[in-house]
Design a protein around this ligand. Structure first.
Ligand SMILES: Nc1ncnc2c1ncn2[C@@H]1O[C@H](COP(=O)(O)OP(=O)(O)O)[C@@H](O)[C@H]1O
Ligand SMILES: O=C(O)C1=C[C@@H](OP(=O)(O)O)[C@@H](O)[C@H](O)C1
Length: 302
């Protein structure tokens, strides 16, 4: 089966954790008939899920999504999925009335989890998700962020980033993962302030570990020094943090991974799951919006 078919097939990469309740540890076959296009009707996408002990014993499952017709079967994607958590669903239901359709903009350093956590938040809220870098790449006919930096320079990229945020700012019911540098241009805050901005505050050591694990190819601001991956990432992140750390504090809500770890009694922020981070993000957003609602209006303005 060709990649073209694979790309068009919609399959569930996000599952409701109730499907796991009461089930013994092991695998669950999750099937969904592909009905998007007539000619693929005979195909069935199967997500084979099982708890992933290597990554996170509590709430992450590994997935294998395959697609088959009568003659053949092909593996479309293997990866991790994060089942919805009851607490996350409850928290989302609580925050929805406060949001009243307002969008959310995740800001934070490279690798802070804006995309991972943002996708999860959007799914559980029933919002659409947009990744700013991806929008820029699409606007540049598929050129990667690294290629745009290389061929056009950073300031051209920043212009495209502002264009993307401007477009997004007129939309409701969206969660946006912004690029790590979006906070440096004041005009971008004007656009992000149409919604609620959330800073994912992750210690630099944890960021460097994450980035060292996936490599720096897609993050051009990080891959210009030699040395071991962790040290290179940590050094560059420290310099970038000195330049723009202050700008993240403009966000409406701050989600500190160190604070969540203390609250949950974990020794290390790397023990935190995206679900736990998303729950805290909703809590912080709600607390910001509650305060916003109770801001006193001076008598003269009534
Ligand atoms: N809570 C987490 N724990 C461990 N790894 C994470 C967590 N959140 C994200 N990651 C990993 O860190 C890397 C960067 O995450 P990503 O969501 O792409 O960050 P950003 O969009 O802020 O650059 C990815 O490899 C992702 O799988
Ligand atoms: O911090 C930055 O200046 C950048 C962060 C990247 O996005 P992520 O934060 O999603 O990695 C991407 O926009 C570009 O490489 C520049």
């Amino acid at each position: 089966m060709e990649g073209a078919i694979a790309q068009r097939v919609q399959y569930p990469t996000w599952v409701d954790c109730r499907k796991f309740e009461g089930k013994p540890l092991g695998s669950l076959r999750y099937s969904q008939r592909v009905k998007e296009e007539k000619r693929f009707r005979g195909l069935v996408a199967l997500a084979h899920l099982q708890p992933d002990r290597r990554y996170d014993q509590r709430r992450s499952v590994s997935s294998e999504v395959s697609c088959s017709d009568n003659n053949s079967s092909v593996l479309l994607e293997a990866g991790r999925v994060h089942p919805f958590d009851k607490d996350l669903i409850l928290k989302a239901k609580e925050v929805i009335p406060y949001l009243n359709g307002r969008s959310m903009y995740l800001v934070g350093m490279m690798g802070s989890g804006k995309t991972t956590v943002g996708k999860l938040m959007s799914k559980v809220l029933g919002y659409s998700f947009f990744d700013c870098d991806t929008l820029i790449e699409q606007a540049m006919n598929g050129a990667s962020v690294a290629e745009i930096f290389e061929h056009h320079g950073e300031s051209f990229f920043r212009g495209k980033e502002t264009d993307a945020l401007k477009k997004l700012s007129s939309m409701y019911h969206v969660v946006v993962s912004t690029g790590g540098g979006a906070v440096i241009r004041p005009i971008n805050w004007k656009y992000m302030n149409k919604g609620v901005s959330i800073w994912l505050d992750v210690p630099l050591e944890a960021l460097a570990h994450r980035i060292a694990a996936v490599g720096t190819d897609s993050r051009p601001l990080l891959h210009d020094e030699s040395g071991d991956a962790y040290t290179v990432a940590f050094k560059r992140l420290s310099t970038i943090w000195d330049e723009r750390g202050e700008a993240y504090t403009n966000a409406n809500a701050r989600v500190s991974l160190e604070n969540i770890a203390v609250k949950l009694g974990y020794k290390d922020v790397s023990d935190l799951t995206p679900t736990e981070i998303a729950i805290e993000a909703f809590e912080q957003v709600q607390s910001f919006l509650e305060k916003e609602e109770t801001v006193e209006i001076p008598d003269g303005d009534l």
